[in-house]
Each structure stands twice: as C-alpha cells, then as structure tokens.
Design a protein around this ligand. Structure first.
Ligand SMILES: *[C@@H]1O[C@H](CO)[C@@H](O)[C@H](O)[C@H]1NC(C)=O
Length: 229
C-alpha cells in the first residue's frame, strides 16, 4: 500500500533511500549469524561424569575499595614516663622577712620604708638598699607588714606595687601605741616591685621603734609560680 511505502522510504521525492540502515533480513542476502545445531536427542549416548578439573590460576587483583567509616574511640592510654629533670638554674622559691629597729617620722616627701635586719632573703630578691622586693618569678605572692604605732600620732602607710598603692595600714592618734598589721596576696609579673611607703608630712605620722627591739617587719613569699597556675 502507499502508506507502507511512505514509511519505508520517507516522504520527500529526494528521499529515494531508506532512512534507516536497518534492513529487513528478507530484503538482503541470506547471512545467518548463527549456525543451526541439529536437534539430535543425545540422551541415549550420555557417558559418566568426568573428574573435576584443576583449579584455575588466580585472577588479577581488584581495584581498591572506598575508605571505611571511622572506628570507635579506643581506651585511655597508660600513664607516661617521668619528664626530664628541671633546669637547676630556675628558682621557683621566693621568700623574705626583714625587720627595722629605727623609728620613722613623716617629712615633706613620701618615704620608702627601708629595713636593717634580714631574717630571710632567698636569692636576695629583697633589696636592703632600696627597701623593695623585686619579682623574678611571676606568680601569686603573700605579703605581710607589721608596725608599731606612735602614741598621739597617726600611722599612715601603704603597701605599694610598683608606683601603685595596694593597701593601707592606718591608725588614728591614740594615747596608746599598739602593734598593727596588714596582709594581702598579689599576682606579680616579672620585675614588679613591692615595698612600703610612709605618707608625707601633710599628714603628720610616724611608726615607733626604740633602736633596740625590732618592732617593724615586712614579709613575703611566693605561693604559686605562674608557670604552675
Ligand atoms: C626585667 O628586667 C630585666 C633587667 O632590667 C630585663 O632584662 C627583662 O627584660 C625585664 N623583664 C620584663 C618582662 O620586663
């Protein structure tokens, strides 16, 4: 039919050749792609089953697989060995305790309280010359100051860190002279100084001593170095 003809050869007049390379087998030379095996019933001639053949050689190695998921966290390890010995030149102790036998009166200037007696002065970190403790080991320090007041006079001192007043030791004038003290802890950096300052004469004041006994003490020690904090 014309309809079937059009499907085979396309529509246009210039379309004389088939569109598809597909060819109906009946249109071409007989060219079978397989051999026909004669259908013979072989059952009556079947022999016994042969021995198993030898195993073949191994094939080539396969491609590497993908990475597996992360495993569970393992148990905690055992305690490590002791560290190497510390540097013997490093000083992790600091302590001083100094005393004063002389009284001191205020004058026109602030005065640094200096001391004349060394009870303890580890590594000379307290300077008897300047009256100041010099911090060589950063850390937390404890300081304590004890003085004897002068009767009928004020007592007006500060414990100083560098040029800053940290705490005051103060008493009003009184008929009786008494022992007074002040204590504090400070966190110090290298080269910080800690010292005691007597207030200047605009506030007439004094601390008592008698050149014989030690009435005044200033004490300090390292509680914990910063490297161990
Ligand atoms: C402390 O003072 C010494 C001597 O002046 C200096 O060599 C050192 O660098 C100072 N340290 C700090 C932290 O300022």
């Amino acid at each position: 039919s014309p309809e079937r003809e059009r499907r085979r050869y396309g529509r246009g007049p210039d379309r004389e050749q088939p569109i598809s390379q597909c060819v109906r087998c009946c249109d071409s030379e007989p060219h079978p792609s397989y051999q026909l095996v004669p259908q013979v019933n072989i059952t009556p001639f079947k022999g016994e089953k042969g021995d198993t053949g030898e195993r073949g050689s191994y094939g080539k190695a396969g491609k590497a697989g993908n990475q597996g998921p992360r495993g569970h966290i393992g148990p905690k390890g055992s305690k490590g060995n002791a560290g190497v010995p510390g540097d013997p030149c490093k000083v992790y102790y600091s302590a001083f305790s100094v005393g004063r036998k002389k009284a001191l009166h205020s004058n026109d200037y602030y005065q640094t309280l200096v001391f004349d007696t060394e009870f303890v002065n580890l590594y000379s970190q307290f300077s008897m010359f300047t009256g100041k403790f010099y911090c060589y080991i950063p850390g937390i320090y404890y300081f304590n100051l004890n003085v004897h007041t002068w009767n009928q006079k004020e007592t007006y001192l500060h414990v100083m860190k560098n040029e800053q007043e940290m705490v005051i030791l103060y008493t009003q004038p009184s008929d009786r002279s008494i022992m007074q003290s002040q204590s504090l802890m400070l966190e110090l950096q290298e080269n910080d100084t800690v010292w005691v300052r007597l207030y200047k004469g605009e506030r007439e004041n004094a601390i008592f001593s008698d050149d014989y006994d030690i009435y005044v003490t200033f004490n300090g020690y390292l509680i914990k170095p910063k490297s161990e904090l």
